[in-house]
Design a protein around this ligand. Structure first.
Ligand SMILES: Cc1cc2nc3c(=O)[nH]c(=O)nc-3n(C[C@H](O)[C@H](O)[C@H](O)COP(=O)(O)O)c2cc1C
Ligand code: SF4
Length: 400
């Protein structure tokens, strides 16, 4: 195992026979591959939870525009604060991710794959290039893959430049095309009009690895783990005030309490689930489940111990969003700055109840009117902290 891996539990990925998913896919029709992925109920592991089979089906049905080709993009931008599971997957299981991309290509008719790699992960590039080179030598990339005449697909790596918003799939595509990374209006969606205006599947690193497992083991096998609406296992990046931070695999549907017990985080005051753009869950709600139907997450779990100052937690996240907002739309550009101003008033003990209500109304506007997921979700942490820790955050202001 690579020394930078922070893997804490064995991953299902370890138990999958290399290339068995691709072998199975090559013996199937495109429709059957998509049918199997759809039947698994796999939902995207990048955060939004869109059904992967549906995405592949839309891209397969989309028409290529004059002289173009379809693309499969692996979103390895992993910029959500507290998330580092994709780094571990790329370190320990790069082949499985590339296998998943090749299966996606076979299913959708794509001929080019692109890994959009977070700029800070540049040190992984030589390792990934070496894995790709070996795959070309093994004829599981390139022309007539696996002996299947006419099946052509290759993958290259594109480095990000350090902007969190470029993890958003349409900003990522703008960045790939050489423009400033700003989200596009949707529709049209990338499955129809993506990179170079062509049908493009954008999937998270972990999602792609799971598709290879599903083709290897079956949709039924995948559904046997997790809940009805949230099938399968999930990797979690666990950090903060716990004894064993690192990357874990748990079934979706696990309660917050069970997760905390496994990572040595008992006694936590709260857990931030879903990174800076996620929700702050207080101890009174630790019986809730981590699943799309309850608390959804791309995998970031930040444990907050009893000594944490919740104003500082909110301030830290808001400083991040002020820095990372692309500035394209007003609710997000001005809203995050205004919220940070409000949090600084709370910090100084200068916030009245009426002003707090104004801040919450601003949060609602941002959630409703921002153009992309960044501005729509950046107020989440603040709103949940106000909801669950109002006495603590207003404490200083009420004294004065
Ligand atoms: C601000 C922002 C940042 C995002 N960052 C990432 C990221 O780093 N990795 C990722 O897979 N998805 C990220 N997403 C979600 C992507 O837009 C997209 O939903 C995802 O790549 C789709 O893959 P999936 O269906 O396999 O989850 C981000 C979304 C937003 C709004
Ligand atoms: S919500 Fe924020 S990041 Fe998204 S387009 Fe608007 S300004 Fe840019």
């Amino acid at each position: 195992m690579n020394p930078v891996s922070s893997k804490k539990t064995p991953f299902t990925f370890d138990s999958i026979e290399p290339e068995s998913g691709l072998r199975a896919a090559l013996a199937m029709t495109r429709a059957d591959i998509i049918g199997e992925v759809s039947a698994s109920n796999l939902r995207g592991r990048g955060g939004a939870g869109f059904p992967t089979g549906t995405k592949w089906n839309l891209a397969a049905a989309a028409k290529v525009k004059a002289g173009g080709r379809k693309f499969v993009v692996c979103n390895a931008d992993e910029g959500e604060p507290g998330t580092f599971k994709d780094r571990v997957i790329l370190t320990d299981h790069a082949n499985l991710v590339f296998e998943g991309m090749t299966i996606a290509a076979r299913a959708t008719g794509a001929t080019t794959g692109i890994v959009y790699l977070r700029s800070e992960y540049v040190y992984l590039r030589p390792h990934l290039e070496a894995v790709l080179e070996t795959r070309r030598a093994q004829k599981i990339l390139g022309k007539d893959i696996g002996g299947l005449a006419g099946f052509e697909f290759d993958i290259h790596i594109h480095m990000g430049a350090g902007a969190y918003v470029c993890g958003e799939e349409t900003a990522l595509i703008e960045s790939l095309e050489g423009y400033r990374g700003e989200p596009r209006n949707r529709p049209p969606f990338p499955v129809d009009t993506g990179f170079e205006g062509q049908p493009t599947v954008v999937n998270n690193v972990e999602t792609l690895a799971w598709t290879a497992c599903i083709l290897s083991r079956s949709a039924k096998w995948f559904r046997a783990t997790g809940t009805e609406k949230s099938a399968g296992g999930k990797l979690f990046s666990v950090s903060g005030d716990c004894r064993e931070p690192g990357v874990y695999e748990f079934p979706l549907g696990i309660t917050v309490a069970d997760l905390l017990r496994s990572v040595g985080g008992e006694g936590a005051k709260a857990v931030q689930i879903g990174g800076a753009s996620g929700h702050c869950i207080p101890a009174s709600e630790f019986s809730r489940r981590i699943a799309f139907e309850d608390i959804a997450t791309g995998g970031s779990i930040i444990v907050l111990g009893p000594g944490r100052d919740m104003i500082q937690v909110a301030k830290n996240f808001m400083e991040f969003f002020v820095e990372e907002s692309c500035g394209q739309c007003t609710p997000c550009r001005a809203g995050n700055a205004k919220l940070l101003e409000g949090i600084e008033k709370l910090e100084r003990g200068e916030c009245s109840m009426a002003y707090l209500q104004e801040l919450l109304a601003l949060c609602e506007t941002m959630q409703l009117a921002s153009k992309c997921g960044l501005g729509q979700s950046s107020p989440n942490a603040f709103v949940s902290i106000v909801k669950h820790f109002k006495d603590e955050i207003m404490g200083r202001s009420l004294v004065h």
